[in-house]
Design a protein around this ligand. Structure first.
Ligand SMILES: Nc1ncnc2c1ncn2[C@@H]1O[C@H](COP(=O)(O)OP(=O)(O)OP(=O)(O)O)[C@@H](O)[C@H]1O
Length: 127
């Protein structure tokens, strides 16, 4: 519940602590989040080998962040939906499918971005 508290630095630092706790929960409980972290590490290692330009790194970082952020929001929606309605529910199905669609769109954007960056280099390797 939001209330109008006075600004305080310890309060702001506490917000970071909560957010990091959220990351810890995701890493511990969410398989999809772990898969995305693994994919991120693979992409970063491939990027280091491929000697990407600054612009290419920026594009990759945004694409990766887009997927991870949508996955986090999707997980938050799923958790809230399961809490609000533990049983099967047609409206919850729709809400979860829509939230999952955000991750799908982000993943398509990320794969396309990765394709633009890495495919020309692969084709050079095999030509
Ligand atoms: N309470 C529900 N009522 C109706 N359909 C549901 C319900 N919960 C889940 N579903 C359906 O199952 C799909 C998968 O939901 P779920 O919560 O298991 O997500 P998930 O993508 O498998 O997540 P994760 O693997 O991260 O747990 C939803 O997109 C929805 O179509």
């Amino acid at each position: 519940m939001k209330n109008h508290k006075k600004f305080s630095f310890p309060g702001r630092i506490q917000s970071f602590v909560y957010a990091f706790r959220g990351l810890k929960i995701l890493a511990k409980e969410e398989h999809n989040f772990r898969i995305h972290l693994l994919a991120t590490i693979l992409v970063i290692v491939s990027g280091l080998f491929a000697q990407l330009s600054c612009f290419e790194w920026l594009a990759l970082i945004f694409a990766i962040a887009f997927v991870i952020i949508t996955e986090i929001l999707n997980t938050a929606v799923e958790n809230l939906a399961d809490f609000v309605s533990p049983g099967q529910n047609e409206k919850i199905r729709k809400v979860k499918d829509i939230a999952a669609a955000a991750v799908l769109v982000a993943a398509i954007v990320a794969v396309t971005t990765g394709g633009f960056i890495f495919l020309p280099r692969f084709s050079l390797l095999f030509s």
